[in-house]
Design a binder for this molecule. Structure first.
Ligand SMILES: Nc1ncnc2c1ncn2[C@@H]1O[C@H](COP(=O)(O)OP(=O)(O)OP(=O)(O)O)[C@@H](O)[C@H]1O
Ligand SMILES: [Mg+2]
Length: 286
């Protein structure tokens, strides 16, 4: 059975998608794992980093993105077929990485997401709004070693669908005041949800992103997070690997680049090795 990991934070722009993309590339390319990336974010960022924009548009028109799954739930239709929606051997690395698959998102999910609350009150709908994804794809998860769920910057119904299928979650954060402010809320809300739904989902850790070693604020924020973890068992560990602020992380999102190797994609300055160390650390716990 796959190990399912969601990447979540209430704060936007903290590196959830960048971390998800790099973990996916490395787990599939370096470790030869079978990996599924599920893009639950209507911003569709990890989708267009892993497949060409034109391919996404074509699939979106034909009901082959997650928009259709949640639309089915609202309209009581049954059009979405996950086996057809999953794109095989994605990524721009060497023309596609064998064993790296994607369940794409859609910009159209924005409006549908806003109406999700309505489903909860629809009397003839039998699947819980937070269980829609699980009901659709559960039978496919055993095909994978790892499933990575890239979530939008909130803990709304769509994100809770990702939590519902997850064994673990990772919180990427910039080590500054505003980005780390909501971490206790995340852990509280996820554990409340897990208790209510009788799930086992464990915080795997906090990943420091966009780290600037010469910035006092970054270093003091990390110290504060580490002491919170030391003093409170419910507060997640902080991974030792820190993702530095670097332009190469931004360039990694450009699908139109055609790198032949991870080194080319993540740069000769060592960002590939940084993410590889993060994967090794994750491996210590899963
Ligand atoms: N280590 C880094 N160094 C420099 N830029 C980065 C780094 N990580 C991410 N970025 C850039 O910061 C922006 C936000 O990153 P990303 O999309 O990964 O965050 P996110 O948490 O997924 O955002 P959202 O909440 O909007 O989904 C992007 O433009 C990305 O390329
Ligand atoms: Mg994102």
């Amino acid at each position: 059975m796959a190990t399912v990991i969601s990447l979540i934070n209430l704060k936007g722009g903290v590196g959830k998608t960048t971390t998800c993309l790099a973990l996916a590339d490395i787990l599939a390319y370096e470790y030869k794992y079978k990996v599924l990336v599920i893009d639950l974010d209507p911003q569709t960022n990890v989708t267009v980093s892993l497949i060409h924009q034109d391919e996404w548009e074509e699939r979106d028109k034909n009901g082959l993105t997650l928009k259709q799954l949640f639309l089915d739930a609202q309209l009581d239709t049954n059009i979405f077929v996950p086996e057809k929606a999953i794109v095989k051997n994605v990524s721009n690395v060497s023309g596609g990485i064998k064993g790296l698959d994607l369940l794409p998102s859609s910009l159209g999910l924005i409006e549908i997401q806003d109406k999700m609350a309505i489903i909860a009150t629809t009397s003839n709908y039998t699947v819980k709004p937070t269980e829609i994804l699980k009901k659709s794809i559960n039978h496919l998860l055993s095909d994978y070693d790892f499933v990575l769920v890239d979530c939008p910057p909130n803990l709304g119904t769509v994100t809770l669908n990702g939590i519902f299928i997850s064994d673990y979650y990772i919180i990427p954060t910039i080590p500054d005041i505003l980005s780390t402010y909501g971490i206790p809320q995340i852990t509280n809300k996820v554990s409340q949800f897990a208790r209510k739904e009788n799930l086992r989902i464990t915080p795997l850790g906090i990943v420091i992103t966009k780290y600037r070693s010469n910035l006092t604020l970054h270093n003091t924020t990390i110290e504060t997070l580490e002491s919170k973890h030391a003093n409170d068992a419910a507060f997640p560990r902080i991974f030792k690997t820190r993702i530095p602020l670097t332009g190469k992380a931004e360039e990694a999102a450009d699908y139109n680049d055609t790198p032949n190797t991870l080194k080319q994609k993540y740069g000769y300055q060592g960002l590939d090795r940084v993410f590889m160390r993060l994967v090794e650390e994750i491996h210590e716990y899963v």
